[in-house]
Design a binder for this molecule. Sequence first.
Ligand SMILES: [Cu+2]
Length: 329
Amino acid sequence: MVRKWLVTALAAALVLGVAAGCAKKDGEEAPAAATESAHGGHSSGQEEAAATGDGHGAHEDAVEVGEEGADETAPAEASSGHGGHRSSGGGHEESAGSAVQTEAAWSYSSDKPSPGVNTVVTIRVTDAAGKAVEKFDINHEKEMHVIVVSKDLSFFNHIHPVYKGEGEFEVTTAFPAAGEYKLIADYIPSGGGATTKSAWLTVSGTPAAPAKIEPDKQLTRTVDGVEVVLEAEHWMADMEMELNFAMKDAATKEPITDLQPYLGAVGHVVILSADAEHYLHVHPVDEQAKGPDATFMTTFPHSGVYKIWGQFQRGGETFVVPFTVNVPE
Ligand SMILES: [Cu+2]
């Protein structure tokens, strides 16, 4: 526990450091983040699944999303130094110690949006007393990050709501197909800690049969001409580990060495448990890396199946590499 707190503090410090240091914006549209065309149904999001890509760092805190609506706040403490490899396990006790506890209220331009139709998503952040939270720290170049996944995790999108003031964020997005989606907001109220709040939304229509979330037999995948091998230090739950994305050119087999910063770091990795309840954020080991290795630290809170999305940028385009893994008992 003590160690976890210490590591958390270091991570928080790093986050602050990164926030201060990486205010660059390249503002170009990222390519579709809809992944796994093999899964059919949800992969039509070419236009909308474009994560509004400005480089994205990955020093975000791994946070466990507990029961619905139960979200997490990691303590924000300043401390100098390096090694923000915060453990993500057992997130629930981590909300203690944060100066600012917040709530997020989600609303939509349509309560039952139709597939493919733009929907305005509003997230209103208030404090414990219900008062609007006014100030947010920039984290990985943004005041808020939102991850959108379909319930079967076949659809993934990473978007950035705009802060409108008075605690209100807004983003317009579309959901590719009928069914349930989980939206996960990630932000740091100034003076508080990294916070995760989530909501489910149902998109109207008859949902297609959900894609099966099955562990990949081989942790190798080729996306946009890049052959990516996912390597894990180990697959044990509740124990911090390194996760490496090793990349080479799929055609020439030459190592990739021209990764560009994505939101301020070598890449951004999101991990969700198969039931979408546990949301892990992940920290790069060397955020300046350009390939062929992009290495991250994380902790799987318990055994089970998880889906991992790595987001990277090359030649001005981002690409998303999904893997499904099993963390054994
Ligand atoms: Cu983001």
